[in-house]
Structure formats: C-alpha cells, structure tokens
Design a binder for this molecule. Structure first.
Ligand SMILES: NC(=O)c1ccc[n+]([C@@H]2O[C@H](COP(=O)([O-])OP(=O)(O)OC[C@H]3O[C@@H](n4cnc5c(N)ncnc54)[C@H](O)[C@@H]3O)[C@@H](O)[C@H]2O)c1
Length: 470
C-alpha cells in the first residue's frame, strides 16, 4: 500500500490527484523569487496571502510566489505552521510535508487536503445586506475582500443609507423594500443588520425565501425567537449564524491563546467591564425595547467570549440593574450579571454608564496565572484647517486594551495578540457555504448567549435572584 493510501482519509475523499511532495522536492514548484527562501519562509508567505482561518488557512486564488492554479492552504497544528497544500496545474494537489509529519495523522488536516482536491471550485456565494447602518460598511468591506463571497444586493429603508452602500459597492442591486432583496435569485445568504427587536422577523423571512441567514448580534431578544430561527433553518437545510465578531478581537484572542496553551491553568474567575461616565447614546441602542437593554447590547459580545473561554454548563445567572441618573433613556445606567458554571467557575460582566473610575476590561484568574486587560487612553490626532491640533479622545471601549500575563512569581508580561486574521468571520462563512468546513462561530452558541442574557434580565427583575438559564 502506498503512503497516501495508508492514511485515515475522510470517507468519500477523492484522492487520485493527491501527490505527497516532501521537503526540498517542493522547490521546482516555486516561482523564481521564492526559490532562494527556506521552505518555512515560503509557507509563511503563502499564509499571509491566503485566508487565515485559525488552524486551516486557505486561498482560493493562486498564491504569490507559488505556481499553484487553484485552492491552496497551509495548516497550523499546535504552535507550528505545517506544510503547504496547493492545487497545481493539471489538477494535481501538492502536499509539501514530510511523510513523518504528525499532521498526517490529524483528521482535520486530511479533511483540508481532501477539500483542496475537490475537482471543481464551488460557486461563489451571493450576499444581500438587509440594513446598511453603522455596521453596514464593515460587512460590505469584508464581503468585497473575501474570496468566494459576492455582494450582490443591499436594502435599507433610508435612501441616504442606500446611497452610502452604493458608494462602497456600486455593482450591488439596491432597494428600499426588503421583499425585493428576499426575492432576488442572486442572493444566496442575507445579512440581517437591522435593530435587534426585528432580527427574528427578518431572519425567518429570509429563511422562508430560501436564503441562508447571518444575523447581527444579538441573535434575537428571546430564546424562543432564537429557537424558531434555528429550527426553521434546520428544517429548510439552511444555515443561521450570528456575527460574533468580537470572538476575533485582539485582546480576546491573546487571552484565549494563553489559556489554551496552559499558562493560566484552570480559569476559575473572570471579571469583564465595559463603560465609563457618559450619557448613553441618544439612539435605539439606549432604548431597552429595541436593543434588549445594555446587557444585551454589549453583553452579546462579552458573554459570547466568556462562554467560549470557560468550558461547562452554566448553573445559574444573577443580575442587578440600577437606574439612577440618565433618566431620559430606558437602558439601565449600571448593570451587573454573574454566571456560575457547574465546575464552580464564576464570570461577572459589568456594563456601566456611571463609572467615573474604570475597572480593567479583563481580570481573569487561573490556577497557574492571571490576565489583566487595562484600558488604554487613545486619541486620534489631526490638524484643524487653520493648523492647530485637533484631538479626538476615544471612548475606552474603542481601543483594544493592553493585555498582561501575571505569573505566580509576580512577573508580568505584556501579551501581543496572535497574528491578525483578515475578516475571519466572513472567511469562515465562505468556507462553510462553499466547502462545508465548519465555522468557528455556531448558531447554537449565539442562542446560548441569548439564554444567559435573558436569564440576567429575569434575575434583575427579581431583584438579583438566581435564575437557571434554559
Ligand atoms: N457586531 C458588531 O460589532 C456590531 C456593531 C454595531 C452594531 N451591531 C448590530 O448591528 C445591528 C444594526 O446596528 P447599527 O448600529 O448598524 O444600527 P443602525 O440603526 O445604524 O442601522 C440599522 C439600519 O437598518 C435600517 N433598517 C431598519 N429597518 C429596516 C427594514 N425593515 N428594511 C431595511 N432596512 C431597515 C435602518 O434604516 C438603518 O440604516 C444591531 O443588531 C446591532 O446590535 C453589531
């Protein structure tokens, strides 16, 4: 049996074109400007040119410096970058990995090779944006920059927002009527970025129109709405995901990295804080009936991070909300929610618009170390038209905190985040819808976030009594 045939490939993988080309045998395939580099450098270069996706990195287009003519990928196993998998002219797949490399025994790696070996690239995914407000431009730019996604349509009831969308994506079909977008046969998936109290309505309408749906956070305002979305998606064989983009923020990725490699031991206590002393915005975000309240607005990010960080089930949620000062908005001025996990771990999130003194963004204790995320005071500095200095001081939450690892011996190390990924959520979406590679953010995870927020809402109404999330 050949080496290739001896491997535990996923069932149904088409392998005729897979060739194992190990070590220096890769060199003839490299473009001249790459030939003088060590193979390790070639791989890193390929990764930067591809679509970073955590452990797997894929590029649908030919890679700079490598004479591939189709999909290509590098693979990260533990802390090291392994090999280069590339679709070569003649439909062959080259795997630049020594036969003894441990990645060959990893099912995820073999799945990646099998994906690259697929003969025909799946069609690109047409995306329609429903709601083009503050977050609209971020989605538009991410879609335009992500291979495999096409921005085909935008819809906003505001003419000014439609105009803004067309300035970014002139080729998109524009409308002010959601039914036009939902009826558009070129739209395969709809991103719902209307205010939260309408997420369920539009997500269900998009699914019923046969479209995959990506909902902005929070998925919806109740678990009943989330369940309806997830059940409808499953029934129709479609996907429902939530844009939990802060899972990929640099501060959280740095924290997750040190936790995953064991530098914290077991994480047992988390405090997360967002806020400051300022009037809440005069917009729907501060209107509890539309946003779900301050805990829903920011908590849908923070609780998603906490649930991703701490394993296990949440036994109970307690919360308190205080209304003391900003009487012209309905959101609470100061909110606190605490999750108690079945392993005894505890996580508290505070959101405050009445905090004249800031707590750190993160205060995380583990059995072998701790991480603190300190807010930075950053500002954007420019010259005014008459030449004087203009300084725009950012709100604390607008710049990523400085993350420090505290060791038991008292030493402190400032953490740099792992290498940034380019539009990781959208890249995952393209890989999922085109190649079936599971995304890191799942619909059920976002439903679980809403369950915690809803339990916190109930606990606050009960004056802080413990509520079991369901
Ligand atoms: N993931 C993030 O980091 C992030 C950041 C900001 C906002 N959000 C979320 O994105 C969503 C939108 O927030 P935003 O700040 O962009 O709000 P926004 O008010 O700026 O934008 C909402 C847009 O939806 C449009 N709209 C409302 N109803 C519509 C309808 N029926 N048909 C078509 N268009 C309609 C409005 O005209 C507006 O342009 C919210 O769920 C919010 O929580 C997420």
């Amino acid at each position: 049996m050949s080496f290739r045939d001896s491997l535990p490939w996923p069932s149904g993988a088409r392998l005729d074109s897979v060739e194992v080309i190990a070590g220096d045998a890769v060199r003839p395939y490299l473009a001249p400007e790459q030939a003088r580099l060590g193979l390790h450098e070639v791989r890193v270069d390929a990764r930067l040119d591809g679509w970073p996706r955590g452990q797997l990195t894929m590029a649908a287009a030919p890679l700079t410096g490598l004479a591939a003519d189709g999909a290509a990928a590098t693979y990260r196993h533990g802390m090291t970058e392994h090999g280069l998998v590339a679709r070569m002219p003649g439909d062959r797949v080259l795997v630049a990995l020594e036969e003894g490399d441990p990645a060959w025994q990893d099912p995820a790696f073999l799945e990646l090779v099998a994906v690259v070996a697929q003969e025909d690239a799946p069609p690109t995914v047409g995306i329609g944006l429903l709601g083009y407000g503050a977050i609209g431009a971020e989605h538009a730019q991410a879609i335009l920059a992500t291979p495999g996604l096409r921005l085909v349509a935008v819809c906003d009831t505001s003419a000014a927002r439609v105009e803004a969308a067309l300035a970014t994506a002139p080729a998109a079909r524009a409308s002010s009527d959601p039914s036009d977008l939902l009826a558009d046969p070129h739209v395969d998936a709809v991103i719902v970025s209307t205010p939260p109290n309408s997420h369920a309505q539009w997500a269900l309408a998009a699914l019923d129109a046969g479209k995959h749906v990506i909902v902005e956070k929070p998925m919806a305002l109740t678990t009943a709405e989330c369940d309806a979305i997830l059940a409808r998606a499953e029934e129709l064989g479609l996907t429902a995901l939530v844009y939990q983009n802060r899972r990929f923020d640099p501060d959280y990725r740095a924290l997750k990295h040190v936790a995953r490699v064991g530098l914290l031991g077991e994480v047992f206590h988390v405090e997360a804080f967002i806020g400051g002393y300022a009037h809440p915005c005069n917009y729907w975000h501060s209107d509890e009936a539309i946003s779900g309240g301050a805990l829903f607005d920011w908590g849908s990010h923070v609780i998603d991070q906490v649930l991703d960080l701490i394993p296990g089930e949440v036994e109970q949620v307690t919360a308190l909300e205080q209304k003391r000062h900003w009487i012209d908005v309905t959101n609470a001025d100061h909110s606190r929610m605490t999750l108690l996990f079945d392993g005894g771990q505890e996580a508290t999130f505070i959101h405050s618009d009445l905090a004249a003194a800031l707590k750190p963004r993160w205060y995380v204790l583990g059995t072998r170390g701790a991480v603190v995320g300190d807010w930075r005071t950053a500002s954007v500095v420019a010259r005014s038209p008459i030449g004087t200095l203009e300084e725009d001081v950012l709100a604390p939450a607008d710049s990523p905190p400085t993350m420090s690892l505290h060791a038991p011996d008292g030493s402190v190390t400032v953490l740099s985040p792992p290498p940034a990924e380019r539009h990781p959520f959208h890249a995952d979406l393209a890989l999922w819808l085109r190649y079936g590679l599971a995304p890191r953010v799942r619909g059920q995870q976002s439903r679980r976030v809403v369950a915690m927020l809803q339990a916190a809402q109930e606990s606050a109404l009960l004056g802080g009594a413990a509520v079991k999330p369901s």
